[in-house]
Design a protein around this ligand. Structure first.
Ligand SMILES: Cc1cc2nc3c(=O)[nH]c(=O)nc-3n(C[C@H](O)[C@H](O)[C@H](O)COP(=O)(O)OP(=O)(O)OC[C@H]3O[C@@H](n4cnc5c(N)ncnc54)[C@H](O)[C@@H]3O)c2cc1C
Length: 704
């Protein structure tokens, strides 16, 4: 199938839908994303990004867009509610072994990075466009939005989240369930405020992620937003099943952790509003698509899960990347679209089901009580003692290898929908227990009938590399190999476009400027004090800072077609006033240039539309100097009009009261220049006026 024939519609612009849109656009298809919300955005809560997602962000350059808002912590600590250290994990070493980093990020920062990347990949993003209905035949899918707008696609992806319209239409009976009484609470606190109100938190909260696992609940604290904000996530067993978000009484919330570590408790007391978030789970299903395999689900729409493995969004994003890979094969002509969707389902459904169960088990371990909790902590004790013996003040001694701790969840399961197929999967975590479930145990959906006891075994020589690798789908690892190390972002048709090239130049430019002038950006970040105002032409060959060999911050600038300056243009008048009165520039330059398109248009008699209105002042100058201009040959005529236009601009400047005052009070100077685009040379015009002329104009202006 040729790229122009494949048009993919993505319903829902969350983290999963955006990832699918980018991956499919990279594969060469046309992509239209329909998002119900009026603006593309996300809530500000934090999210953990493991190597299965960080590899995608790096490959697509999204990490560069998000920048410092992606945080890599130095340690992940797991504490008992009474502050006993249960486990410590070095995520940077883990990342080295996995090949890709572990990051913490605000969801809205990650989302904004993906939106920007989707735009650069040529995805057509349509907001305020809630999909209401769709009809599907073997050939195509017709989508109708609530506003009655219709779109036709070859493939429709339902990435519309937990309340998915696409899922409801395809499978009305298949609905998310509250599989346990656990509810989540989340909030974000500024670090400044935390340290002001809880000074002792400084010893605890360094560049670390800290979890307290106590009876019936756990608390997770980690930095966000370049280290300025603290993310707070807590999960507790409730006395009832939470099915929809419920307001939480703060006193009731505080009772949940009243006997916990005092520092953690004081931090949690700063949370002044929270809700109970339900943790809903979709039971497994044989298929996520329609009979034609041209409407298919991904992310929470297909497999929402409890959040204890921090894999919900990550799995949605994996789905999207996987779809990009198989659709790439469709475009290359190796498989048909329906086969691509079948491969997607065959690979993703069992894998996701294991993650759903692993999340459930992980949460159960974290919230263990009584003997179960004691067994869990005992299993971790040998490694924890080893950590403590190597640490001083709970920090590592420099030069010593940092021990790795890992909890490996080994689940050997048969998917209820695919009997006979067995699967093994592992997940990383902070604890040191090995959980083995008998292969006979979870033959159906674990959260609904899980009853087998856990067996905790400490791991001494567990390879975190193999464990983290297993989080990543092997097919994702081999996808797009030719682009793996490329910084350049291709356009939808596979070529590197001008915008992409320009954008990618930015990092090299920034680095080289920072090398030659290390303090430049820091000082520019504080403000500007340019000495020159430049009024020039918008022509691409006349970049003022480059022509003058200056740096950012040295020129305040106004450019328009043919550097026209008239005293009725509010835009240029505002620029002049701001530059002269507030920035207190010392020089104003008006610069015309050779081979100017605006000048040529004004000398010509063709009608150009709206631009003619803008060029009126130039045509007036031409009219006033018609005789002179007609006496010159074509080249000289154009150059003369350039000069006359600069002089007219200077004359306008000299009638501007702000300029007149600054000339007399602070010695502001005005200059007229002509730039030769063919040689790069600047020529000064003599625009000086005699002292008497200036004085008489000032007087005339002031008196009347
Ligand atoms: C407390 C908590 C903590 C979590 N922490 C993590 C974590 O650390 N790591 C992690 O990976 N996951 C985490 N998750 C899970 C994660 O939030 C979800 O799994 C993820 O957001 C799902 O992404 P999605 O794109 O499938 O759906 P969503 O993010 O729900 O996006 C769906 C989009 O579709 C749009 N939409 C809905 N209906 C329509 C329609 N009819 N037409 C058009 N558009 C529509 C919506 O407006 C929305 O933009 C956490 C969840 C919770 C509750």
């Amino acid at each position: 199938m040729s790229p122009e024939k494949l048009h993919v519609g993505v319903c829902g612009g969350g983290l999963g839908g955006l990832t699918a849109a980018i991956a499919i656009a990279r594969a060469g298809a046309k992509v239209t994303l329909l998002e119900a919300a009026r603006e593309l955005g996300e809530i500000g809560a934090g999210i953990q990004v493991f190597s299965n997602v960080s590899r995608l962000l790096i490959r697509w350059g999204v990490d560069k867009i998000i920048g410092d808002n992606l945080i890599a912590v130095d340690e992940i600590n797991t504490w008992g509610a009474d502050n006993e250290l249960i486990a410590r994990f070095d995520p940077k070493l883990g990342a080295k072994q996995a090949g890709f980093p572990h990051w913490l990020v605000r969801r809205d920062h990650l989302h904004a990075g993906l939106v920007e990347s989707a735009r650069r990949h040529g995805v057509n993003l349509i907001v305020g466009s809630r999909v209401q209905d769709f009809q599907h035949t073997k050939e195509s899918v017709k989508v109708t939005t609530v506003h009655g707008v219709e779109h036709n696609f070859d493939l429709l992806i339902g990435s519309d989240g937990i309340k998915s319209t696409i899922r409801r239409t395809l499978f009305p009976e298949w609905t998310p369930q509250a599989a346990s009484t656990v509810a989540a609470f989340r909030g974000i606190l500024p670090y400044d405020e935390v340290f002001r109100k809880v000074p002792e938190a400084r010893q605890l909260l360094r560049n670390t992620m800290d979890a307290w696992i106590g009876p019936n609940g756990y608390v997770l604290l980690y930095p966000l937003s370049a280290g300025t904000e603290l993310n707070v996530v807590t999960l507790f067993q409730m006395d009832h099943i939470v099915k929809t978000p419920e307001d939480m009484d703060l006193n009731e919330f505080r009772k949940l952790y009243k006997d916990w570590n005092p520092t953690a408790r004081k931090i949690l007391e700063m949370v002044n509003y929270t809700q109970k978030w339900p943790l809903l789970v979709l039971p497994p299903k044989k298929t996520w698509s329609n009979e034609h395999r041209n409407v298919v689900l991904l992310g929470d729409a297909a497999h929402c899960m409890q959040n204890h493995m921090a894999q919900g969004a990550a799995t949605a994003m994996e789905d999207g990347a996987f779809l990009g890979t198989v659709i790439g094969e469709v475009i290359r002509g190796t498989i048909e679209l329906f086969e691509a969707i079948e491969i997607y389902e065959r690979r993703r459904i069992p894998r996701v089901w294991v993650k759903q169960q692993a999340s459930f088990v992980s949460g159960t371990i974290n919230m263990a009580t009584g003997d179960e909790a004691a067994r869990r902590n005992r299993a971790s004790a040998p490694e924890t003692r080893q950590v403590l013996s190597q640490t001083r003040n709970l920090g590592y001694k420099s030069g010593q290898p940092k021990p790795q701790f890992i909890r490996q969840l080994q689940l050997r399961v048969s998917h209820p929908c695919r009997s006979g197929r067995s699967l093994e999967s592992s997940g990383i975590s902070r604890s040191t227990t090995l959980l083995r479930l008998p292969s006979s145990t979870p033959t159906s959906f674990i959260p609904l009938n899980f009853s087998q006891p856990f067996k905790y075994i400490p791991i001494r020589h567990c390879s975190s590399k193999s464990a983290t690798r297993k989080l990543d789908d092997p097919l994702l690892e081999v996808s797009e190999p030719q682009r793996e190390d490329s910084d350049e972002m291709p356009s939808a048709n596979g070529n590197t476009d001008a915008y992409t090239k320009a954008f990618n130049n930015n990092s090299a430019w920034r680095r080289s400027l920072a090398e030659t002038d290390p303090e430049l950006f820091e000082s520019l970040g504080k403000g500007q004090s340019p000495q020159i105002l430049w009024i020039g032409c918008a022509d691409s060959r006349c970049p003022e800072t480059t022509i003058l060999g200056l740096k950012p911050g040295e020129i305040f600038c106004h450019r328009n077609i043919a550097n026209i300056l008239v005293n009725t243009d509010i835009n240029s008048l505002s620029v002049i006033q701001f530059a002269v009165q507030y920035l207190k520039v010392k020089h104003i330059i008006i610069c015309g240039h050779t081979s100017c398109g605006g000048i040529a248009a004004a000398l010509d008699n063709k009608k150009l539309g709206l631009i003619d209105t803008w060029l009126m002042p130039l045509r007036a100058i031409r009219q006033q100097n018609l005789e002179l201009l007609q006496s010159l040959d074509e080249k000289e005529r154009a150059l003369k009009l350039v000069e006359l236009n600069v002089r007219a601009g200077i004359s306008t400047l000299l009638q501007n009261p702000v300029v007149i005052d600054a000339m007399s009070e602070s010695g502001l100077q005005v200059h007229g220049l002509i730039y030769n685009v063919g040689t790069g040379e600047l020529r000064e015009l003599d625009v000086g006026e005699g002292h008497e002329v200036v004085r008489s104009r000032i007087t005339a202006f002031k008196t009347g």
